[in-house]
Every structure is written in C-alpha cells, then in structure tokens.
Design a protein. Structure first.
Length: 682
C-alpha cells in the first residue's frame, strides 16, 4: 500500500484560543483527513473534544477556503478579488513594504493574536521579520493582559492549580467562566468532584449553560467582581475564618488589605453587586468552611474598568484561607507562567534583531483610533501598512465603526494571511492562503494545563496554501533580508522552542508533562521576588474595587439614556470569530441575538424572536431578541463574535463596545458598556 493510500493516525494539538489545548489523534485515509479525535492517553484531554474541534475537517476542506493568493479588484470592504500567482503577490508586497520601510519602518504594523496558539505559526519567523525591519511593535492585549498582569503582580507569574486537582475539591467557585462552552475539560474534573459530593457555584452576570448545572448561580452585576471579593474578605476577617499562619508566612502586606476589606460589609457589597445580602454572607461562609475549596477564574471578569484589580483581589482569597495547603484547593486563571524556563521565546522571536532600535508600540485594542491618527511627534508616523495574521480585527476589535473606517483608508496597504474571506480579509489589498492546523508543524503550550504538545502535519497543504512561517520566509527573501535566522526550517524552530525538553519523546508521544511540584504553593514559594503573595504591588498599590466606566452607579447621566448594561460573551459554537462560517456549527448557533430578561423586554414591547435595535452613543446593532432567564434584569447579553457580514445590517456586537482600557494591562473593556434596546422598525 502506497503512502498516498495508506490509513494512518497522526498526533496533533488543538491550535485555538482555549485553555484546554487538547491532544489530537488525526485519522488520515488516502491522503485525506477523515476524523479528528481527542487523545485518550493525554490526561487533560482524556479522549474528548468539543463540538467545534471534532468538526475540524469541515473547516479544512471548506468549499470557501482561500487556496490561492488574491489581489483586491474592487473597493475595500466589498470582498472583490482576483487570483494571482505567489510570485506576483510577493513581488508587489515586498516592493510596497520596502518603500514604506525606507521612509520609516514604524509605519508598518503587525496585527496578530490567537487564531493559532502555536509557537511556530504564531510569533517565530513573523516576529523575526518585523524585528529585523524595525516595524512597530504590537501590544497584544485583546483577551487576557489585564488578568495576566494582575496575577503576575500577585503571584509572580500566571500560575495556579493543576487542572486534574479540581477532582479533589469539595467546593468550586466557577468565577466568570462558562466552562461547559469554553473550558470543557475542566468541567469534566468539576463533574467528577460533584459526583463525590462537591458543591459547584457559578459567579456570572449571565445564567450560562454552566450555571444551569451548578448548585448555585450568583448573578452579580457586570464589573462588580472586585466588590464581591472584598465583601467575602470582610466576612473571613470578622468571623475569624483566616489562616493566620499561612498569611503570616506567605502573604506580604496583609494589614493594608484588611483595612480595605473591612470597609465592605455584606450590605454594601450586596448593594453594589446587585445581590441579596444573605447570599454574600452564605457564599463567604461556604468558601471559608469547606475544605478544600478551589476557584476556577476566567477572563470574562477582567473585561471591565477595574478588571485587573478584581483579579488581584480574587487571587488573594485562597491565600487568606490557606486553601493552597490542600490538594484540590487554590485557584487557576492561567497556567502559562509555568512554561517559563521550558520554552525559549527569545530564541524563537529574536528581539536582538532590533539591534538597539526602540520602535513605538501600538495597542491592538485601540487599532480603530490608531488607524485614523495622523503623524505626530507623540504618535510617530501614520500607519501606512498593516500585516494581519491569526486575527480578524474588523470583527473582534472594540468600537468597530472606527476599525472599519481605518481599514477602508485608501492610503493603507493591508495584507492578510487567512483561511477564509473574513471581515478583515474583505478589506485587504492582498489575501495570502495560510495552512490550517492539519497541514503544518507546530509546538503548543497551554494556559489551562501544564503539558507541552506537538502538532505534526497530517496532510500536505491544500491548493497553494503555505504555513505562516514559510510566507514570512519568502517575503523576507523578496525584501533582501539575508539573515540566516529568517530562513530556518520549522523543524529547527520546533527544537529551539523547547530546548530543555526531550524533543524525541515529545515528537513520538505527542505531549510531555512539565516536571512541576504537585502542590506548588502548599508552603509558599510564589515566584515573586520575596517568595510571598504581594498585596502592595510596585506601581499598582493595594488592590481595590474600581467601578465600571459605564454603569448606573458610576455614570448616572449616561445610564439615563442607555439604562441596560451589556456584556458580550462568546457564542457557544464559535471560538471568538473562528468557526463562524462552518455551516454545521452556524446552524446550531442559529443567528445573531441579544438576550433580555422578561422584566426588560415587556416595557419595551419586545417579543421573543423579534428583531431589535441595540444602540448607544457609539453605534447600533440589529439582531434578534431572545427573551428568558439567561439575562438578569438590567443586563443584556449580546452573544458574539459573529462576522459582521453575516449580521442583519452588516454589523456585530462590537459596534457598541468602546476602546477604553482596563486599570491594569491596557486591555479592552468589552463588558463595560451601557446600551438601550428597542423594537426594530420593519
């Protein structure tokens, strides 16, 4: 039997922006992928995949896949292109970029995020290319930087519990996470704990699918998580529920935090959070007296003005009760900090290629404003070229009216590496066909567990598609950049990524577990300079509650015009803007919609299934209304992120969000947004 007709199984890894980072077993027959399954031997994956990734072949073999370079033939945004050769595309792109770089390379901006989480197809040759040019740097803030920097300031890194230890917990607070939809493999361990008698509590403004399956749903108002954490601390202190020994030995600066917490009795906490007073008291009692108690924190709660401070406050809770002493106790927001020392990011990205230059930094969350800025001494040159890969900013960046206006500039040269004609690709001058995960080599870490994974290519690239690494290699060569590191192979890059691990074992088994302590903080040992949890962090001070920019309490005049708080959690069957065009998944999801509570829908004359206009001072969004208990009174849930072109009026929920940034981490405040909703005119 020839290799082309043989049946075989290839080891892979899920590339998407999800904490699970599943190990895959990819079945290939006659040179075509026929099935993608979870690896039963990989402990976090244990053979299970989400609906999205189990249908990955449908994405790779999608009839709308871009498989040849495309050149714009109509106005920007219309998605009109003609196919061209790689030679023609690369020659023209190289000439255009070289001319811009000759004037000021900072006018060239990369824009990328987590369309793939791979170390190679993310920031390896691409980062080297932009560093060598001296292009603007990108502050990659759009998802997790507020919580990540807050956790690092507190614990010394993005560190937490081992995923598998949740099976031993007796109480789990699932805080700001719809785990069934976005962290499925954590949920299986939580279910194991539940079967053994654990109590599950979901803390979330929305009644999610996860909340449905928990014993209790704490439906606080958006952006008030920090207040709830302080209220819980108040009860721990006044009831003597602290682990004084753990605090004395492993928490630096507790007295200042005590003073903050004592100002938050249950009555004040309940009023700010929109909760019953007894619910605050009972939650504190349960958390303090149930051992071991664990928190699974996710990034939803940090997408508000005070999100960074809120993460710092929640991260203090297991330190005050000594929850870290017990297996099954502690907290997990991100595990990515554990890979420090095992993954060599500098070797992959080569910041030394800047050669002493200090280009400006563009925040990806304010790309709408930045694309519309003129040159100035403070800002630098006007952005003249944008290279987008692993991202879809026209759909996902906040305040999309400004984002789309920027991308439609006639004097902006835009190149997009993509699988499909997304909203962003529709605005490109060139679209270059990129490989999917089934067609290239990559190495993956995780932010939800502590395993390194490898992804072997299962099939040859379809059509004329090329890996991101190869596209940047060829572009560098066309621009006369002769540095040898710009031509290193993917195999070389893979070995450079994990120099301290057994690469042969990784390649053969598909994954390697990091050699870490089983209970890393049972006796302190945090990765801060002093080894203790830090309360009064340099440059940040003692954490405190910061109210949302937009709420009834903080902006009453604005709330009089737009009285409903809006959050925009992800749709269950998409992953950010990925999978939106996969027919089977879109048919499950239905169509763009906003969830309203009956108490908000009735006075507005809005019926279930009716078309509504959601609007504020930034824009308006047309979608269908879903009336029911998913939304709490006073809060609407604009489920996203749909591609704009699939929306009823060519917009999506980011028409309404703002470019204001969080207290820590310079991150967007997607869930800090006031709106009004009205029945749409026919």
């Amino acid at each position: 039997m020839s290799p082309a007709t043989a049946s075989r199984t290839v080891r892979g890894a899920c590339p998407h922006d999800c904490p699970d980072t599943c190990a895959l077993r990819i079945s290939v027959e006659a040179g075509r992928v026929v099935k993608v399954a979870g690896d039963p031997d990989h402990p976090p994956t244990h053979g299970a995949l989400c609906t999205k990734v189990s249908r990955y072949p449908e994405r790779t073999y999608h009839p709308e896949r871009v498989l040849t370079p495309l050149k714009r033939s109509g106005p920007k945004g219309t998605g009109q292109f003609v196919p061209v050769s790689w030679d023609e595309a690369l020659t023209d792109i190289a000439a255009r970029l070289s001319a811009i770089a000759a004037r000021d390379p900072q006018a060239i901006v990369p824009y990328s995020y987590a369309g793939t989480m791979g170390l190679l197809q993310g920031e390896s040759i691409a980062a080297r290319f932009f560093h060598r040019l001296g292009a603007s740097l990108l502050d990659r803030t759009i998802c997790s930087s507020a919580g990540g920097e807050a956790l690092a300031a507190t614990y010394g890194g993005k560190l937490g519990m081992h995923l598998e230890h949740y099976a031993d917990s007796k109480l789990i607070l699932i805080w700001g996470s719809n785990s069934i939809a976005s962290n499925l493999h954590f949920w299986t361990f939580a279910q194991q704990a539940k079967r053994q008698g654990a109590r599950l509590v979901c803390i979330d403004p929305r009644r999610t699918e996860t909340a449905d399956k928990c014993h209790q749903h704490v439906a606080l108002l958006p952006g008030t998580d920090g207040a709830l954490a302080l209220g819980l601390m108040h009860e721990l202190i006044v009831n003597g529920w602290l682990d004084e020994d753990y605090i004395a030995r492993h928490v630096d600066g507790f007295e200042a935090l005590r003073d903050k917490a004592l100002a938050w009795p249950p009555e004040r906490t309940a009023q700010v959070c929109g909760l019953p007073v007894d619910e605050v008291r009972a939650l504190a009692r349960d958390y303090a007296t149930t051992k071991p108690a664990a928190i699974r924190l996710n990034y939803g709660m940090q997408r508000c003005h005070g999100g960074g401070n809120a993460v710092r406050l929640v991260a203090m809770l297991p330190c005050l009760t000594g929850a870290w002493r017990r297996r099954g106790g502690g907290l997990l927001l991100s595990a990515s900090g554990w890979f420090r020392g095992f993954v060599d990011g500098a070797a992959l990205q080569r910041p030394d290629l800047l050669a002493g230059r200090k280009p400006r930094t563009i925040n990806m969350s304010t790309i709408g404003d930045d694309l519309l800025r003129e040159a100035s001494p403070a800002f630098g040159p006007k952005i003249a070229a944008l290279l987008v890969y692993n991202s879809n900013p026209v759909a996902v960046a906040p305040e999309s009216p400004k984002v789309t206006a920027g991308f439609r500039r006639d004097d902006l040269f835009t190149v997009v590496l993509e699988h499909f004609l997304t909203d962003t690709a529709d605005h490109a001058d060139y679209v270059l066909p990129a490989t999917t995960q089934l067609e290239h080599l990559d190495v993956h870490t995780s932010y939800g567990h502590t395993y390194v994974l490898i992804n072997h290519p299962a099939v040859a690239p379809l059509g004329e598609a090329k890996p991101n690494t190869q596209i940047f290699r060829e572009l560098a060569a066309r621009m006369g950049l002769t540095d040898a590191c710009l031509q290193e192979s993917d195999q070389q890059l893979a070995r450079q990524a994990v120099p301290s691990l057994d690469f042969a074992q990784l390649s053969e088994q598909g994954w390697v577990k990091l050699p870490l302590p089983e209970q890393p903080f049972a006796d302190g040992g945090f990765l801060t300079p002093g080894g203790k949890v830090v309360v009064d962090a340099p440059g940040l001070g003692v954490p405190d509650y910061l109210p949302p920019y937009e709420s009834r309490q903080s902006a009453p005049a604005l709330a009089a015009r737009y009285p409903l708080a809006m959050i925009s959690p992800p749709a269950r069957n998409f992953l950010n803007s990925s999978f939106v065009n996969v027919t089977s998944l879109r048919s499950i999801e239905g169509e763009p919609r906003v969830e309203l509570h009956p108490d908000d829908a009735a006075p507005r004359g809005i019926a279930d299934g009716a078309m509504v206009r959601v609007f504020n001072q930034r824009g308006s969004y047309l979608c269908k209304a879903a009336i029911g208990p998913r939304a709490r009174p006073g809060v609407v849930n604009g489920l996203g992120v749909w591609w704009r072109k699939l929306g009823a009026a060519g917009t999506n929920v980011n028409e309404l969000t703002s470019q204001r940034l969080t207290d820590i981490g310079r991150a967007p405040t997607f869930y800090d947004c006031l709106v009004e909703v009205e029945a749409a005119r026919a």
